[in-house]
Design a protein around this ligand. Structure first.
Ligand code: HEC
Ligand code: HEC
Length: 361
């Protein structure tokens, strides 16, 4: 009997440990998922309100109760009718905020995956009113590791010795690298790497589909990314990557620089290759076994490229010497006022004869 009891308590401990590990894993994933909310919300000690209210201790306080935040009338009405945050109400809200509370200012299509919502809720639930996540040893260790990767600036770069005012410092090579990420139509600036349509499908469904639709058709009023071929001459052209954009480099550059909205620069270069490949697939420009890489990037052409023509205005102005354009003191004589804006007719209903918008020669 005693032995049996012992076994039972062992089982209970193992079960508890498993549950705890599961909970930790959920919170960790939830913290990752929360990144898509960061464009509008903040969490942490003294977190300020942004476009949305700060979310410290959102489960511990009443819905719609952040001081100094101006909730929408629709949201306040729902709170007035007894909205409280618990697992069920939060799950329903996060799935489709704009359907759950019609007229809410939270212009966010929602988190469609139920597991994702569960993990997000687990994370939000553990954030205290002070904005802290009570850290377990494991989470602390992970954080420490992540922080160790960011090497501190060398001391001499902090107190500049140069110049008269001792202001500023030369940018570090790493800083220039991080900032210099533009990619040109000829592929100059592309990082090494590759990604397949198959990998892109999963990445896209997780990070982009909530706003841009499963097939790039756009969810609600978010931008459409695929289709629209042949509509450019219609009264309401549908301008997408496939129907309108001239260069694939713009897709890569834009996604890497700015998406997912609210969590920009979170994708690895290979992720961006994969998502770009998938966007090509959604636009019927490649097959599903396609792999995009720094090597074959330039061989992909977008259908509308030829309709973009080079800007040749410089040739239309004979004074501008293309080889060495004049940048200062370009007029042989001092500038002279030749017309007033009123006469040029660019300022409607202006009675001021001394209008200072002038044309010069
Ligand atoms: C586009 C901006 C935006 C994004 C992205 C966004 N929210 Fe919101 N959120 C808002 C706004 C604005 C409100 C206030 C709603 C109102 O007044 O109608 C709000 C309200 C809330 C509330 C209610 C807070 C309270 O005080 O009762 C919760 C909870 C919430 N958001 C969670 C989330 C989560 C979780 C995510 C990410 C999955 C998210 N939001 C993404 C803008 C956003
Ligand atoms: C929270 C919503 C949201 C998510 C998630 C999101 N986007 Fe966007 N996306 C936007 C918005 C808003 C714009 C328009 C931004 C603007 O015009 O300033 C946009 C614009 C774009 C555009 C340009 C469309 C055009 O025709 O101008 C591309 C391409 C794009 N997103 C790709 C992606 C990809 C790829 C992902 C996933 C890695 C992603 N987006 C995730 C909201 C989102």
């Amino acid at each position: 009997m005693l032995k049996c009891l012992k076994t039972l308590s062992w089982l209970a401990v193992v079960l508890l440990l498993c549950q705890h590990a599961q909970l930790l894993a959920d919170i960790e994933k939830g913290e990752q998922l929360y990144r898509q909310c960061q464009g509008c919300h903040s969490i942490g000690p003294d977190a300020p309100n942004g476009f949305g209210p700060q979310l410290n201790g959102v489960f511990e306080r009443d819905a719609g109760s952040v001081a100094g935040y101006d909730y929408s009338p629709a949201f306040e009405k729902t709170v007035g009718q007894g909205l409280r945050w618990n697992n069920t109400s939060m799950d329903e809200f996060l799935e489709a905020p704009m359907d759950s509370i019609r007229g809410t200012r939270m212009a966010f299509p929602g988190v469609k995956n139920a597991d994702d919502r569960k993990e997000l809720i687990e994370y939000l639930k553990h954030i205290g009113l002070d904005g802290e996540l009570p850290l377990t040893k494991k989470v602390k260790a992970i954080r420490k590791k992540a922080q160790a990767k960011i090497s501190p600036l060398p001391a001499e770069t902090l107190i500049p010795q140069h110049g008269v005012l001792h202001l500023g410092r030369a940018a570090l090579d790493e800083e220039i690298l991080a900032w210099d990420i533009d990619i040109r139509p000829d592929g100059a600036g592309l990082p090494e790497g590759s990604g397949s349509v198959v990998d892109g499908t999963e990445l896209y469904d997780n990070a982009c589909a909530a706003c841009h639709g499963i097939f790039g058709e756009g969810s609600g009023r978010w931008p459409v990314l695929a289709g629209g071929q042949g509509t450019l001459t219609e009264e309401r052209p549908e301008k997408t990557i496939g129907s309108y954009w001239p260069y694939l480099s713009t897709v890569f550059d834009y996604v890497r620089r700015a998406m997912p909205f609210g969590n920009a620069r979170s994708l690895s270069d290979d992720d961006v290759y994969a998502i770009t490949a998938y966007l090509l697939f959604l636009n019927d420009l490649v097959e599903e076994d396609f792999v995009l890489s720094s090597e074959n990037f330039n061989s992909v052409r977008l259908p509308n490229e030829a309709n973009f023509i080079a800007d040749n205005r410089q040739q239309e102005m004979p004074a501008a010497d293309a080889a060495e354009p004049c940048m200062s003191n370009c007029l042989p004589q001092p500038a002279r006022v030749t017309q007033r804006a009123r006469i040029l007719d660019v300022t409607p209903d202006s009675n001021d004869d001394e209008s200072d918008t002038v044309a010069i020669e």
